[in-house]
Ligand binder design. Structure first.
Ligand code: 13P
Length: 342
């Protein structure tokens, strides 16, 4: 492992004004997204959609530091035969790859999940590195509900995250460590705080036990937010203050950067929360975005599978990428949202 090089990649992923595009939806998930816009999920349509984003020159060269790809996409070529990985590199962005294989029920823990994909991971990482991937992602899912999460689920998922991260670093790939506490329930913001604290403490303990170098990784956590069904919603400022307080208590300053998932927040909420955190400032790590839905919902709608809409899709993607870029510097304001490029 060359830690100086891993650190260089990790810092580039969270460079000021830049963040990560999570375009790694599995075939099942992208089908759900395409269903919403009435587009059939064929291999070519998935390619065309992603090619549209990767050819958004302003967004990719100025706001997007890296792209998380799904296995299918990392091997695909653009319509003109150029590998999609090359399009990303040519724009000055870094290709990455989702390496987890989704979730399975966790034995003995009803309603809880464990992420699969450790078997043969070392071999897969070597192939992805050869194909151009310089970072990877593994998502663990923790749900909040009556009597959950259990210690078994938190610990087992933290253990798998650390096993994955150690294998990545050995393969000279920067691991994005993503323990996602879901915002699906009716819990309040303080319950989210408490569970996320438990999950992050356990995760960093496992990373230590498994000799993961913190300087060569990125953390991708949820923000501290109330459950979607909670009767008590929170202000942007409360979310920002509680999330920053929690991260300061749990994430060592040796970690180069933290890149949030959007997790079902609206586009503008995800941007406003990130912006408010960076306005608080004085943070020891880069704090940016690694959004899937909050970067792609608008371009998906604008594109809707039509060649004639490619420019509109690119404009919508560029707008969201730019808003989040500003938020990563604490320079966003809601008035900028209406000044959308035509
Ligand atoms: P969302 O921003 O849509 O939550 O997706 C980010 C991600 O990569 C989840 O694993």
């Amino acid at each position: 492992m060359n830690l100086a090089d891993l650190n260089k990649i990790a810092r580039a992923m969270v460079a000021p004004g830049k963040g990560i595009l999570a375009a790694d939806e599995s075939s099942g998930t992208i089908k759900k997204r395409f269903d919403v816009i009435g587009v059939e999920s064929t291999e070519n349509n998935r390619r065309d959609y992603r090619e549209m984003m990767f050819r958004s020159q302003e967004a990719m060269s100025q706001y997007i530091s890296g792209v998380i790809l799904y296995d299918e996409t990392i091997w695909q070529n653009a319509a003109d035969g150029t590998p999609l990985v090359k399009l990303i590199e040519q724009a000055g962005s870094i290709p990455g790859i989702k390496v987890d294989e989704g979730t399975q029920p966790l034995p003995g823990c009803p309603g809880e999940l464990i992420t699969a994909g450790l078997d043969k991971l070392a071999e897969r990482l070597a192939k992805y590195y050869k194909q151009g991937a310089r970072f990877a992602k593994w998502r663990a899912v923790i749900d909040i509900g009556a009597g959950i999460p259990s210690y078994t689920a938190v610990r087992t998922n933290a253990h798998a995250l650390a096993r994955y991260a150690a294998l990545c670093q050995q393969a000279q790939i920067v691991p994005i460590v993503e323990p996602e506490v879901l915002m699906d329930g009716d819990h309040d913001i303080d319950r989210c705080y408490e569970v996320t604290e438990f999950v992050l403490k356990e995760t960093f303990q496992e990373l230590y036990y498994q000799k993961v170098a913190l300087e060569g990784m990125i953390l991708k956590p949820n923000m501290v937010v109330p459950g979607k069904k909670s009767a008590k919603q929170a202000s942007v400022q409360e979310v920002a203050e509680k999330t920053v307080k929690l991260l300061k208590a749990c994430v060592p300053s040796a970690v180069p950067g933290i890149a949030f998932l959007s997790g079902g927040q609206s586009d503008e909420e995800a941007t406003a929360h990130l912006d408010a955190m960076n306005k608080i400032g004085g943070l020891p790590w880069g704090l940016t975005f690694s959004y899937g839905r909050a970067l792609q919902a608008a371009p998906q709608k604008a594109w809707s599978g039509k060649v004639d809409n490619v420019a509109a899709g690119q404009a919508a993607f560029t707008h969201r990428a730019k808003m989040n870029s500003l938020a990563s510097k604490g320079e966003w304001s809601s008035s900028l949202e209406s000044k959308k490029a035509a």
